[in-house]
Design a binder for this molecule. Structure first.
Ligand code: NAP
Length: 319
């Protein structure tokens, strides 16, 4: 049996540490509920110490309740929430509202969920319209002195949008949370973030729209090492320096997802190249794509810095 490695804590550029595996709290639908409380409490009971939620998930009160009922001291938990696009013009008030719902005095990480600003009617502002992503970032920088968030970061940023932000940022984001799994490894974005000291958190780390654990190589490696396919996928994510936030409501799968092993160089190489196999390359945009004319929440792929091919599949070489 392959020995598991203890869940590492990865260093952020502000000197704080983030557990490499967290429990994702996007439940597939917006809203509070016992299912959220149950999932987060179970996760904490299994040893998870990193929780990823968002204002947009509409479940911060349930997450907060689970933390309190778990009996795990608040300071042992790394808690992330995210700024909704409709709140770019009122960043401080949005964080206050999240803290109130969560019932905590601070979060460990506050992320700008998307670079786009949305109006209350859901319409998106164009990149040069105020508040721009840079203005929103400056408002997030101002939050740090309040102690209401320990760290700040971004989500769904590409090399293009990060470059715009870094040109004006006084504080470099600690984290960029993006979709990343062997079918969308984000090699170029990861290298860029590393060069700037930004930690990547991988969302949908088991594969989006297509569960990556059924791939023949993943299954083979899992069999050879006596572990589950998700263990292989998540271990690859952690070993390449990303933190991963798988979501599961099932206790057995939650347990599986927190088991991390050390992969060989050859196993890492196979997983690094898995997206090159025909039909394997999947992108974040599959569910946003053609019906919306090649845009996502009001910005074109070009504005977002996503080099997309037909059907929402990222062109080979754009990785
Ligand atoms: N920043 C963003 O814009 C953004 C976008 C998407 C997601 N996220 C974050 O990332 C988290 C994870 O992403 P995600 O939920 O899209 O994808 P995911 O964690 O990769 O996959 C979740 C799905 O896989 C199943 N699953 C979990 N563990 C499994 C296992 N060991 N074996 C087989 N199936 C398993 C889950 O079902 P069961 O629950 O039934 O186990 C669920 O259907 C979210 O919860 C959220 O916190 C952030």
């Amino acid at each position: 049996m392959t020995p598991r490695v203890e869940i590492p804590r990865l260093r952020l550029n502000d000197g704080r540490y983030m557990p490499a595996v967290g429990i994702g709290c996007w439940m597939g639908r917006v809203g509070e509920g016992e299912h959220v409380v149950r999932m987060v409490k179970t996760a904490l009971g299994l040893g998870y110490r990193h929780i990823d939620t968002a204002s947009n998930y509409g479940n911060e009160a349930s997450v907060g309740r689970a933390i309190r009922e778990s009996g795990v001291p608040r300071e042992e938990i790394f808690l992330t929430t995210k700024l909704a696009s409709k709140d770019h013009g009122r960043v401080a008030a949005a964080l206050d509202r999240s803290l109130e719902k969560l019932g905590v005095e601070y979060v460990d990480l506050f992320l700008m969920h998307w670079p786009q600003t949305l109006l209350q009617n859901g319409e998106a502002l164009q990149p040069n319209e105020s508040p721009t992503l840079v203005e929103t970032w400056h408002a997030m920088e101002d939050l740090l002195s309040s102690g209401k968030t320990r760290s700040i970061g971004v989500s769904n940023f590409s090399i293009k949008t990060l470059t715009t932000l870094l040109l004006h940022a006084l504080i470099v984001p600690t984290v960029n949370q993006v979709e990343a799994h062997p079918c969308l490894p984000q090699h170029a974005l990861l290298a860029f973030c590393e060069s700037k000291g930004i930690r990547v958190t991988a969302y949908s780390p088991l594969g989006r729209n297509k569960y990556a654990g059924e791939d023949v190589d993943v299954v083979r490696i899992a069999r050879q090492r006596g572990v589950s396919p998700p263990c292989v996928l998540l271990s690859w994510g952690v070993q390449r320096g990303t933190t991963v936030v798988p979501k599961s409501e099932d206790k057995r799968r939650m347990k599986e997802n927190i088991e991390i092993i050390s992969l060989t160089e050859e196993e890492m190489r196979v997983l690094d190249r898995m997206h090159e196999k025909p039909g394997m390359h999947r992108s974040v945009c599959v569910f946003h794509s053609e019906a919306l004319g090649g845009s996502c929440f009001g910005w074109t792929y070009k504005q977002l810095g996503w080099d997309m091919g037909v059907g929402g599949v990222v062109r080979a070489g754009s990785e």
